[in-house]
Design a protein around this ligand. Structure first.
Ligand code: NAG
Ligand code: NAG
Ligand code: NAG
Length: 446
């Protein structure tokens, strides 16, 4: 009896997926600590990219000396200082990426007004927060100390400070959330996978509320050296940091490493309505795919990206012509931006799409904040959600002349300044090393 009821409810949920909406936002980014500061500065075309030579030794000998760093300062001024966001002792116990995650989760939960205390509510609330790299600083320091001083030099906190799923763990410990607890780690797709996967957990009935996102803080000389060796980083603009991240621009020459976190509160629609929560947007579709091609390079025609977007739109049941805005993954690399551009045009133009490339509204926020790796997908999903909520297209900084070749880059990339335009349906793209591609389709709730 119990068993058949369980089966019936599983069967039902498979065919009548529950709707998922966004009710809270939190972010720590190179543009500021907190969503409000970040969003205002993004629309003001401000840059969060600075020189790394001021951080400390080790950076000055590297070919790329620019990064998107979290500004230090008081919380009310949009800056980061740990004591404004963390409990005493947290800083010692937690990796930097986990600190950013917990701060962003705190902001998102406040924003959503979700402070459950009843057992049932706590059991129905889960967390998925991932990171691409995790705590490289800790691994590095401990390796060096171990090599020199042996066993006694390894901190008892080494493992908890190292593990990537501890960001999600700390959030659940702080708030008592007993639902699903999970961490994606899919390189630069991490943040978007976390949100997409969390939406599935709600749709399928595993949770009613999910705190989901990504966090990263690995601006360490070793990480920069590694990405530089992979020839992924911008090296031409060390003397002019704000100009170094140039998505879709003819002179783009690699990505700029950044740090931060983005976390959203996702909620089952009826649950959100019942408590009269403010709804930012609805998660309509989620597509995942793989290039099945190369460790770091995209397939030239952008096939992986194309498949992910097509799947997200199918899942959402939208035609390509209904898409008003694409927040692109575009990291400012020669190959990546070109492949994604091709993929977006392939899916959004044509018989079921728009007729004219200049009608396609695409922008990349990485011009302003750089590439936040495992946090990028979550922070950019938040920008996409705010774009829908405010009917504004956030700008692509440093876009002097789209190219190259110029004739391929003939869409509207919202160069340099934001544009006011109705946004009902949007796609947010994220792609990662290893060939993993994801696209999330978000829409105005109605
Ligand atoms: C690693 O060591 C450097 C240099 O001593 C220090 O600045 C940094 O805070 C250490 N990081 C961690 C996570 O302990
Ligand atoms: C899909 O993922 C790969 C990961 O290597 C990424 O480099 C690529 O840009 C993505 N595909 C496309 C077509 O953008
Ligand atoms: C793109 O944005 C512009 C305004 O910046 C608008 O005129 C145009 O209709 C938009 N295109 C689409 C497909 O929404």
């Amino acid at each position: 009896m119990e068993y058949s009821r369980l089966w019936a409810s599983t069967f039902l949920s498979l065919f009548a997926m529950r709707r998922v909406v966004v009710t809270g936002l939190g972010a720590i980014t190179p543009l500021g600590a907190g969503v409000k500061h970040t969003w205002r500065r993004l629309l003001d075309s401000a840059s969060g990219i600075t020189s790394t030579t001021s951080i400390g030794p080790g950076f000055d000998i590297l070919p790329s000396r620019v990064a998107g760093l979290i500004p230090a300062g008081k919380r009310e001024d949009g800056g980061w200082q740990a004591q404004d966001w963390l409990h005493a002792g947290d800083e010692r116990q937690m990796a930097k990426f986990a600190q950013y995650a917990i701060a962003s989760a705190h902001e998102a939960l406040e924003d959503a007004g979700w402070h459950p205390t009843a057992d049932h509510d706590l059991e129905r609330t889960g967390v998925t927060i991932g990171s691409g790299i995790g705590n490289l600083d800790e691994a590095y320091n401990t390796s060096v100390a171990f090599e020199k001083g042996g066993y006694k030099k390894v901190s008892p906190l080494f493992v908890p400070r190292l593990l990537i799923n501890l960001a999600a763990g700390h959030v659940s410990i702080r708030y008592g959330f007993k639902g699903p607890n999970h961490a994606a780690t899919t390189a630069c797709t991490t943040g978007l996978h976390a949100i997409g996967d969390a939406s599935r957990l709600i749709a399928f009935g595993d949770a009613d509320v999910m705190v989901a996102g990504g966090a990263e803080s690995c601006i360490h000389p070793l990480a920069v050296a590694g990405f530089a060796r992979a020839r992924s980083l911008s090296t031409d603009w060390n003397d002019d940091p704000p100009a170094s991240s140039r998505p879709f621009d003819r002179d783009r020459a690699g990505f700029v490493i950044g740090e931060g976190a983005g976390v959203v509160v996702l909620e089952e629609l009826e649950h959100a309505k019942a408590r009269k929560a403010e709804i930012y947007a609805e998660v309509k579709g989620y597509g995942l795919s793989s290039d099945a091609y190369h460790m770091t390079a995209p397939k030239e025609n952008g096939e992986g990206a194309f498949l992910a977007m097509r799947q997200a739109l199918r899942h959402a049941n939208y035609k390509p012509a209904q898409v008003d805005y694409v927040n692109a993954h575009a990291t400012s690399t020669k190959l990546g931006d070109a492949a994604e551009n091709r993929a977006i045009k392939r899916i959004l133009l044509g018989s079921e799409g728009r007729q004219d490339a200049s009608q396609l509204n695409i922008s990349s926020s990485k011009g302003a904040i750089g590439h936040l790796l495992g946090a990028a997908g979550a922070v950019e999903a938040i920008f996409t959600i705010l774009s829908i909520g405010n009917n504004v297209l956030p700008p692509t900084l440093n876009l002097d002349s789209p190219g190259d070749p110029a004739h391929d880059f003939n869409c509207n990339y919202v160069a340099k300044t934001s544009q006011q335009h109705q946004v009902n349906v949007a796609l947010s793209n994220s792609f990662g090393f290893g060939g993993t591609n994801a696209s999330l389709c978000l829409a105005k709730y109605s």
